[in-house]
Design a protein around this ligand. Structure first.
Ligand code: 5GP
Ligand code: ZN
Length: 135
């Protein structure tokens, strides 16, 4: 399944050139054009899925294994001090390209990469509501 209007479909298929770090039958791994830090890369499946909600289960499993392998290798090359794996779903969560992808963001001690949140406190009523609705 491909989407003719999707830039990541074209990049994954090699129709638009990209700095490719790895490729197999299911995925292409590329350097992000707007990196949060040196070495910021994206894992992109070759098939079109809007985001995690509709991603094929087999590809979902493979994507995490690939992220593991890529970060283990890249951290040696980059000499980074940590890694964030980030994956945005829908606009409210910061998704701007609507073809599933995983960010691999190298972290360097003291860098100014703006990931994170202010910690709240789990409310008793929220906990009860969520646990009950999931039953
Ligand atoms: P999102 O915000 O959807 O989670 O992430 C989209 C990412 O794709 C952004 O980090 C952006 O810099 C990157 N990006 C958008 N267009 C291109 C492109 O044409 N080539 C590459 N290599 N990265 C892109
Ligand atoms: Zn696509």
């Amino acid at each position: 399944m491909k989407d003719d209007n999707c830039i990541f479909c074209k990049i994954a298929a090699g129709e638009i050139p990209s700095a490719t770090l790895y490729e197999d039958e299911d995925f292409r791994v590329i350097l992000d054009l707007g990196p949060a830090s040196k070495g910021h890369a994206l894992i992109i499946p070759k098939e079109h899925y809007r985001n995690l909600y509709d991603l094929d289960d087999g590809l979902a499993s493979k994507a995490l294994v690939l992220a593991k392998r890529m970060t283990v290798r890249l951290k040696e090359i980059l000499g980074c001090d940590g890694y964030n794996i980030v994956q945005n779903n829908e606009e409210a969560a910061g998704q701007t390209v609507f073809h599933f992808h995983m960010h691999m963001i190298p972290r360097y001690q003291g860098d100014k990469v703006g990931l994170g949140w202010h910690m709240g406190k789990l409310k008793e009523e929220d906990k009860e509501e969520i646990l009950n609705k999931l039953k």
